[in-house]
Ligand binder design. Sequence first.
Ligand SMILES: Nc1ncnc2c1ncn2[C@@H]1O[C@H](COP(=O)(O)OP(=O)(O)OP(=O)(O)O)[C@@H](O)[C@H]1O
Length: 576
Amino acid sequence: MEIDSVRVESSLWIGNKRYRAFLSGWYFSWTEIDKRNREKKTISVPVSEVIGVKEGRVEIQPQKKVEDTDLDFTLFYVKRSSKGNGIGAPWSLGRAQFCCPSRGVRDQWITQLRTALKTHSPSRPHRLLVFINPFGGKKRGKQIFHSLVAPLFELAGISSHVVVTERANQARDYILKKDLTGFDGVICVGGDGMFSELLHGVIGRTQQEAGISEHDPTVMLQPCDLHIGIIPAGSTDCVCFTTIGINDPVTSTLHIIIGDSQPLDVCSVHYQSTLRYSVSMVGYGFYGDVLAESERHRWMGPLRYDYSGCMVYLCNRSYPGLVQYLPGDSHISSPRDNIRCLSGCRVCSESKERLFPHFDSSSSLYSTNVSQYSSELEGEWVTVEGRFKCISLTCISSSCPRSPKGLSPSAHLADGTADLILVRETNPLGFLTYLHRHTNTQDQFDLPFVEVHRVKAVRFSLPPGEEEEEEEVGEEGDREIQASAERVLEDPEKLSSSNTAGHSQQHLAGRKERGNVTTSRVKRRGFVCGPCCTKPRSISVWNCDGEILPHTEISCRVHGQLVRLFARGVEDSTMP
Ligand SMILES: Nc1ncnc2c1ncn2[C@@H]1O[C@H](COP(=O)(O)OP(=O)(O)OP(=O)(O)O)[C@@H](O)[C@H]1O
């Protein structure tokens, strides 16, 4: 066996097959050697993806089994599968049991592999604070943690303090108030609601410690060091899916163990003197109404979102609004450039210097001499007024298993911007086409009533005098809508092409009418009247990552790379 600081090489056996094993810097690889000394298949594992090295023959699945032999060692590592139900490859625990020619050689391999692990993977967590929502999703949070996650943490030598929550906001309050010394990260076992609790806790605590007033929308917030990990166990796990590429507890656990670190933009949403943070969606109109409706049907479980989506769609509402936004730099990226944010994204990595020009990497804090106030809010605001089916703002693509491209397919995780999507009033068929395109490969922004802008900040208010407005469609309009409703269910795409001109005309007509809309008192009805469309409404609610906001007038601002997740973005599946 040759050993020096960068290179270890020897013959090893797996079963009765001989391998040439080789550790060099960042990689450990083993190549099968046949009886004629010819090289066959090689398996190569980056040291940063080694989960652990154990003496003897060790198994942890289906249950833990250790056979302490003198000549063997077992290597656990990240293994990628080709198949999965996500946009990224699922990870599983790979295992290789090596037999060495002598105990001395075995001990040298173990020492060298563990040293390499410390050198090349220095930012792994050692101690984690875990919050389990026992009621999230299908109520399997505790089972998922104890059967899938805890054994992997133990194997990797990670200790965890587990809190099973007894009420909403317990995790957030714990992070804000308790002593967190010694923890390298906080983990939630639950859905997007639990993630949001951790997000609020971690950002709030970091600002408290830095003496920053987070309620001031002009202030530059302190980026958070404490990493957040998500073990998906909710009914919506959109942040996990977007940042990892799959909702799979084992894949997420392995990302946590190897200490992956993905910066993430966060949007602060200010209304009156209150504040919320959002990553996946701040939505008005359709998305607000769906959330409000679904809250009335909690007893249905995850099915309530489908049910409410249908009900609200059938109500066919649109709302007046005045939207102002501060555009991002269109030379850097655009929401329609078809560039997907993948692991190692160039746009995101190049954004760091722009976002933190005064960042002191040695202390991971801003220099104290720098102004607390952000220059990111300088620039010319753009104003858009109209009637909207929905308005949404998302910092990330917000993809999920049902919508693998997401709300904005080319949004970036960490470039300091969000995508603002304005869907103007259109007929039900047009809107259905828009919604349907989230689930297929067609461009949901390539519709005449849809606009998308890459922005740094957004303000929303009701146009003056619009608050009480109701809109009359009249019998003819109702008949036309009813007829399209019947056709809609047949084939939305086919029908939409024949209606595109109609959308534009309607859009233009809408614009013409807008001048005197404040004086008309009109009533718009859903084309199939259900229990939720008996009262015409001119004001919707904001859905902020699954929470209903109590105010209509809000102001939002993107904080680039404010938090870090144990993730690495979606891996490019075309890469070897
Ligand atoms: N023990 C608890 N009892 C009641 N609510 C809780 C508890 N623990 C956490 N919560 C709250 O439950 C909400 C939903 O949790 P989570 O996101 O984990 O599950 P979910 O099934 O995806 O939920 P939803 O579909 O409502 O987003 C969170 O906002 C969280 O604040």
